[in-house]
Unconditional design. Structure first.
Length: 429
């Protein structure tokens, strides 16, 4: 069985529910069982690197239904801890023999430094050229182009914008681009963190350092671009868009749309400097039927799921619907589990756990007071006493009628005599 030649670039969300169907669709094209390898170098400097690897392995096993081996290529040139040549060779052999290579979050500059002087890039290039599926996401995606930028050093440390050499693996496909994941990031709130935390001003500075024929390939969060060499197409999946930024003009491709690889190979010729929306229309093909990964973007993120379940729980409590309230609570707990593999969620995990605790607390209060409508509970007794009241009033025993009326008042029940008959209202305060 010949292997497909596919390079997938993900902006983020590579180990979340958003991308499950994409991973499944990719590995379905491989021999069974596929030989999948997690290239763990980008986060190898982190103290919790083993935990991140374990979470990725668990994600692929439970969500994608495949086993993925950890390459263990985390410290190939570490000045503090001597590299183990046996482990390195074992990891490189695993990459060579693999059908599917996956790499994700961390630091692009650390990854490039560790891979320098090794044959990691040539192994990946061989997959792209001759057969195999390579999926690079987040920090790893930043390394794919001819040039890259030290985004975290700039954003977190204040380093000046500079151009670094990337792996230039896109040139294997004839594409001269620099990849910017997290393209639509909004984590900064009131300050600009788009373009992988660079913001507009610093992205323009970076663009000024690029070769004239190098463009920015921006991939939104929870979005992927599947470049299929055999089909000659590039297809967008997930929640957002992929943007071809040709300096002052940007061209966006929505989820569920595809373009010819030729457009990526020479966007300057295909788009020129004309109106972006008009130029793009003739290049984009909309896939027949809804894309498998394109759902409601607001609800296909942890943030959207938390908002929806909070609203569902509040409505259930207000409606005294115990089953629906419990269902929202359980769904939130499952969402926390499902999204636990995502490494770049900010404080959303803490907020979700706080929301879950609040739900549990409210369910506890409800268990004391009861969620059932009090009218349903006291209704039969009130109606029985109203029947007695009607009898004594018919017998003109108004003294007994007043006793019943006062008893109702003490219980918070207001009785109203209307032309249509007797009505009663329960004060629930």
């Amino acid at each position: 069985m010949s292997l497909p030649r596919i390079l997938t670039i993900m902006g983020s969300g590579e180990t979340t529910p958003t991308m499950v169907s994409t991973h499944r669709a990719l590995v379905a094209q491989l021999p069974s069982p596929p030989r999948a390898v997690l290239l763990d170098t980008p986060y190898g400097f982190q103290e919790n690197a083993p935990e991140l690897a374990a979470r990725a392995v668990a994600y692929f096993r439970t969500s994608v239904n495949i086993d993925i081996a950890v390459a263990g290529l985390v410290r190939m040139h570490d000045t503090h801890l001597p590299a183990d040549p046996v482990l390195i060779e074992r990891g490189l052999r695993a990459l060579t023999d693999s059908h599917y290579i996956f790499a994700g979050p961390g630091s692009p500059t650390y990854a490039l430094r560790q891979w320098s002087g090794t044959n990691v890039a040539s192994i990946i290039e061989d997959k792209i050229r001759h057969g195999g599926i390579v999926t690079f996401a987040s920090a790893a995606a930043l390394t794919l182009g001819r040039a890259t930028v030290p985004v975290y050093e700039i954003y977190k440390v204040g380093q000046d914008v500079e151009r670094l050499n990337g792996l230039d693996l896109l040139s294997t496909l004839g594409i001269n681009a620099t990849v910017i994941p997290h393209y639509d990031n909004a984590e900064g709130g009131n300050h600009d963190t788009r373009f992988c935390y660079l913001g507009e001003t610093r992205l323009r500075l970076f663009e000024s350092l690029l070769d004239d024929d190098t463009f920015v390939l921006g991939v939104d969060e929870h979005t992927g671009l599947i470049i299929d060499s055999d089909a000659g197409t590039a297809r967008v999946v997930g929640n957002g868009t992929v943007t071809l930024r040709l300096r002052s003009v940007s061209h966006s491709i929505k989820s569920g749309e595809s373009i010819d690889i030729a457009v990526l190979q020479n966007p300057w010729t295909h788009f020129g400097s004309g109106n972006s929306s008009q130029a793009l229309t003739s290049q984009v093909t909309t896939l027949s039927g809804p894309d498998e990964d394109h759902t409601d973007a607001a609800d296909d993120t942890f943030e959207g799921t938390l908002t929806r379940l909070n609203q569902a729980f509040g409505h259930a409590i207000a409606s005294r619907d115990a089953d629906s309230a419990l269902r929202a609570c359980l769904d939130l707990e499952q969402a926390i589990v499902d999204w636990s593999s995502d490494t770049l969620q900010g404080d959303i995990g803490d907020r979700a756990r706080a929301a879950l605790r609040s739900m549990i607390s409210q369910l506890g209060d409800a268990s004391s007071g009861g969620l059932k409508d009090p009218r349903e509970v006291v209704g039969p007794y009130v109606e029985a006493m109203l029947a007695v009241r009607a009898t004594v009033r018919a017998e003109k025993r108004f003294d007994l009628s007043d006793v019943i009326r006062d008893a109702f008042a003490n219980l918070g029940i207001e009785v109203r005599d209307t032309p249509a008959g007797v009505e009663w209202v329960l004060d629930e305060k």
